[in-house]
Design a protein around this ligand. Structure first.
Ligand SMILES: NC(=O)c1ccc[n+]([C@@H]2O[C@H](COP(=O)([O-])OP(=O)(O)OC[C@H]3O[C@@H](n4cnc5c(N)ncnc54)[C@H](OP(=O)(O)O)[C@@H]3O)[C@@H](O)[C@H]2O)c1
Length: 262
């Protein structure tokens, strides 16, 4: 913790969706914030909302894939609000990827943001956390990382890699006082999820509800934060489903779920 009673929280991907709602939720709890994103207009509008709440924050343009500018942005946040106690790595990229339009460039871009962007963000804040002997890394993965879903091939792969990366980091960092929380949301109504051509209406959480889960995770530091509860159960079952059965289910489920062919 810093001199103030509340930890300083850095959120990447803060301009939109889950990151934005989490910033607003934490601001209402008087948490000092560092906020990074590449979407400048929406970062500015977030700044306007936070000023109305009387929040303590620093907003910086920051691309999690650009090491030098990311580190400069984080240094500027630390100068403004203090050393970062908690990183919420929320910046993400997700598109429908199907066999007919497989493209390595999409796979690379997805891994760049969802895996390497999180790793870059972690590496930028970690030396300070280790030196202070405390810190908390919150990585936003996805339930889509539990198994490979055939309509989000690149996305599923990147989130599975992120889940394993965070798990592998956990023991070594715990010995150095740094905790890791892996967040796996189900469907949340944001620009990322609303573009997927599902045939029927999908129940989605509002970003504000997801933000309450994330804010709780920031304050309580659980190992995992998986929501909503219904999907937690469903995915837990899917995780232990025998491979032959999972493959069969996906062959059936894909055409039933989507209005495009995979
Ligand atoms: N929505 C869901 O159903 C869902 C479910 C599970 C997990 N998640 C995960 O939750 C996180 C937030 O997603 P969301 O649904 O809130 O999506 P979102 O509304 O698209 O917000 C993601 C934010 O990250 C920003 N961003 C993208 N690339 C960046 C980069 N290189 N550097 C900095 N910022 C970058 C985006 O900017 P631009 O808009 O300019 O690209 C956007 O502001 C993601 O990691 C996502 O994978 C979402």
């Amino acid at each position: 913790m810093t001199a103030s009673t509340s930890p300083v929280v850095l959120i990447t991907g803060a301009a939109n969706g889950i990151g934005r709602a989490t910033a607003l939720e934490l601001a209402r709890k008087n948490v000092p914030l560092g906020l990074l994103d590449v979407d400048v207009p929406n970062l500015e509008s977030l700044g306007d909302e936070l000023r109305k709440l009387g929040a303590r924050f620093s907003i910086q343009i920051g691309d999690v894939c650009q090491r030098e500018s990311l580190r400069e942005a984080i240094a500027a946040v630390e100068t403004a609000v203090g050393p970062i106690d908690v990183l919420v790595a929320c910046a993400g990229f997700g598109r429908l990827t199907l066999v007919p339009d497989l493209a390595l460039d999409t796979l690379r871009k997805t891994f760049d943001v969802n895996l390497f962007g999180v790793a870059e963000s972690i590496e930028a804040v970690l030396p300070g956390m280790i030196a202070r002997g405390r810190g908390h890394l919150v990585g936003v993965a996805s339930l889509a990382g539990y198994r490979g879903f055939p309509w989000m091939i690149s996305y599923s792969a990147s989130k599975a890699a992120l889940i394993a990366y965070l798990e592998a980091l956990r023991p070594g960092l715990a010995r150095r006082g740094v905790t890791i929380t892996t967040v796996c949301p189900g469907f949340v109504r944001t620009a990322m999820s609303t573009g997927i051509p599902y045939k029927r209406k999908i129940d989605m959480l509002e970003p504000e509800v997801a933000a309450k889960h994330l804010a709780r995770a920031v304050l309580r530091r659980p190992r995992n934060c998986v929501f909503p509860f219904s999907m937690r159960i469903g995915l837990a079952v899917l995780k232990v489903t025998p491979d032959f059965l999972f493959d069969w289910m996906m062959r059936k489920a894909g055409p039933e779920a989507l209005s495009v062919d995979f």
